[in-house]
Design a protein around this ligand. Structure first.
Ligand SMILES: C[S@@+](CC[C@H](N)C(=O)[O-])C[C@H]1O[C@@H](n2cnc3c(N)ncnc32)[C@H](O)[C@@H]1O
Length: 235
């Protein structure tokens, strides 16, 4: 059965979940009423099979700085950033439909208007964004894939980082938050290899940070957050 809401890029090796608990009626309403307007056009493969570059200025109506959030989960960080930085436009990507529905509810409550929501894999977005078009990117608590044989599924692999490096402007900031020590290790190894330099790392969050759902769970379970800041080479 085809999904009425989400693109189904089965040709991609996506290993995460796309669906969770049954959506509440209100969440179904958000998806059917709000997603079409918030969704950037030209990203889904079926809409743009030739993968022609999209114009970020067309998404936000002007040539504002564009930020990218990979895997926004319930959307609390994305909405917080959108409210805090109304002069930027943030594109968020999340293949988990329950997360997308949660974000849409938060957007209604907060009334922020500088967000675009792609209900799918960040690689689809990176593939069609022009080179050097992103001024900041966030990777908050990426899926940990703890088993050694699954480490190559992590976001911090060349398969994801090379496209990210292409779309990030020289000097653009890339923030990573994780609670998994081995994820820190792999991030420190792989991100510089993709063309970024480490600027800071440690247990103190960024001044404008808001703790996410996943971070709250990690803290409850006794894990320790780690925050890493990189800059795209060339700035
Ligand atoms: C552990 S959760 C963290 C969610 C949120 N950032 C937080 O801190 O609460 C990781 C999220 O990344 C999403 N994700 C995994 N691979 C992705 C990809 N290729 N593109 C976009 N999102 C992805 C998952 O669906 C999941 O919701």
């Amino acid at each position: 059965m085809t999904d009425p809401v989400l693109p189904q890029p089965e040709w991609r090796n996506f290993y995460g979940r796309r669906h969770g608990k049954t959506l509440r009626p209100s969440q179904k309403t958000y998806l059917s009423e709000d997603l079409a307007t918030l969704r950037p056009s030209g990203v889904a493969r079926e809409e743009n099979p030739d993968r022609l570059p999209i114009d970020p200025a067309a998404i936000f109506g002007d040539a504002r700085p564009v930020w990218l959030e990979v895997g926004f989960g319930g959307g609390e960080h994305m909405v917080h950033m959108a409210a805090r930085y109304p002069q930027v436009g943030i594109i968020g990507c999340e293949p988990f439909v329950n997360g997308v529905a949660m974000l849409l509810g938060k957007i209604r409550t907060a009334g922020v208007e500088n967000l675009a929501v792609y209900p799918g894999d960040a690689r689809d977005v990176m593939e069609v964004l022009p080179a050097a078009s992103v001024a900041r990117a966030f990777l908050n608590y990426p899926d940990p894939w703890p088993k050694r044989r699954h480490h190559r599924r992590r976001f911090v692999t060349a398969e994801h980082l090379d496209p990210l490096a292409r779309v990030m402007a020289p000097g653009a900031e890339f923030r990573v938050a994780t609670d998994i020590p081995d994820y820190v290790r792999q991030t420190l190894e792989e991100v510089p290899r993709a063309g970024f330099r480490l600027e800071a790392e440690g247990g103190t969050p960024w001044p404008d940070w808001i703790s996410t759902r996943y971070e709250q769970k990690a803290l409850r379970e006794g894990r320790v957050p780690h925050y890493l800041t990189f800059r795209r080479d060339g700035g």
